[in-house]
Design a protein around this ligand. Structure first.
Ligand SMILES: Cc1cc2nc3c(=O)[nH]c(=O)nc-3n(C[C@H](O)[C@H](O)[C@H](O)COP(=O)(O)OP(=O)(O)OC[C@H]3O[C@@H](n4cnc5c(N)ncnc54)[C@H](O)[C@@H]3O)c2cc1C
Length: 139
């Protein structure tokens, strides 16, 4: 399979995460060079984007097989939360990284992200399917 790649080796995909030039191949997470919005921003190699990309790629693979409309991937809100050890953490919003929280407040959020938000769902059918919903808002 030959496909265009970005400078980091990621596969170019369309808005439904189908690899450009491929009929039935989808990409998600760190291997997908996917537009997050119409402003020229692209997914970073991070959990925030990988989770939503995974939901959309999985859903669109199923839609492809079933012959129903796919759900375009869009994730316009972008945040970063950087743990700085004992000092605390830094939380920013937007691609221009506007500072929103620092120290203990940001650290509490980082702990929540690492212990709750990015944790895989329990290994049972209902929980896994619920966690795969593309309509779940992800920052
Ligand atoms: C040290 C480190 C720290 C990070 N810290 C952060 C952070 O603080 N915040 C953040 O947002 N992101 C962080 N990231 C990035 C984040 O982990 C990735 O962006 C995210 O995990 C990508 O998800 P993914 O599903 O694309 O790939 P992965 O999570 O890498 O999952 C790919 C899976 O595929 C499996 N696999 C590979 N080849 C095969 C094969 N041939 N057959 C079957 N299975 C295979 C692998 O074993 C792996 O389980 C960090 C990454 C690293 C390495």
């Amino acid at each position: 399979m030959t496909s265009d790649r970005d400078p980091q080796g990621r596969l170019h995909v369309d808005e439904n995460l189908k690899v450009l030039g491929q009929q039935h191949v989808y990409a998600a997470g760190d291997v997908a060079y996917a537009a997050t919005d119409d402003l020229g921003n692209f997914a970073a190699m991070c959990c925030q984007h990988a989770i939503s990309l995974g939901r959309h790629a999985g859903s669109n693979v199923a839609a492809d097989l079933l012959g129903v409309e796919p759900t375009p991937y869009r994730q316009p809100k972008h945040v970063t939360c950087l743990d700085l050890g004992a000092w605390g953490a830094v939380f920013t919003e937007g691609w221009d990284r506007q500072l929103k929280l620092v120290k203990d407040e940001a650290k509490a959020l980082k702990t929540q992200i690492n212990t709750l938000w990015i944790y895989p769902p329990a290994a049972d059918r209902a929980t896994a399917l619920a966690a795969a919903d593309t309509m779940i808002p992800v920052a």
